[in-house]
Design a protein around this ligand. Structure first.
Ligand SMILES: [Mg+2]
Length: 164
């Protein structure tokens, strides 16, 4: 369940060094990684970041456990691919994302805010995994319960979380 890398947010990740490692595809969690949980608005900052990542040559696909409409609306505004209803940590959506990206496991990195879904699933497939802090703390009750457990595991792994 240990991520390969930790960064406080998407904006703190050194993507050039990922590219230098041979990473060409990025699989991105949506809620609390790209946008605040449940929100529909795409910030200027995010739009700029995605544009910059495209210029660096990354192919990108959002993989979200949430259902269709909102996920697709955000991904189309950002001009990147998406798969929704992913049931992470099950890995079929990640495999689908690989087909969409036309990349393979060894050249793909995953960015997500949850150890038990994003990072666990990503490690199962064999991606290079990057854990970020959640943008906001508002979430499903089940997620909140997982978070408590997550805090314990993070502590064990020495992944100190920036206060949210
Ligand atoms: Mg998330």
């Amino acid at each position: 369940m240990r991520p390969d890398q930790y960064a406080p947010s998407l904006y703190d990740i050194d993507f050039e060094s990922l590219r230098d490692k041979g990473i060409r595809g990025l699989i991105l969690d949506l809620d609390n990684t790209l946008v605040p949980w449940g929100e529909d608005t795409v910030s200027e900052e995010l739009t700029e970041k995605i544009k910059e990542l495209k210029q660096l040559g990354f192919g990108m696909c959002i993989v979200s456990n949430n259902l269709g409409g909102r996920v697709n609306s955000i991904s189309s505004r950002l001009g990147i691919e998406a798969t929704s209803g992913a049931l992470k940590p099950l890995t079929f959506a990640y495999k689908k994302a690989l087909r969409v990206l036309g990349s393979d496991v060894s050249t793909t990195a995953l960015v997500g805010d949850q150890l038990f879904t994003d990072i666990l699933g990503g490690n199962l497939v064999g991606f290079y995994t990057v854990l970020v802090d959640p943008i906001v703390d508002r979430e499903f009750l089940t997620t909140r319960l997982l978070r408590r457990l997550e805090r314990v595991v993070r502590k064990r792994l020495g992944l100190v979380r920036r206060s949210v």
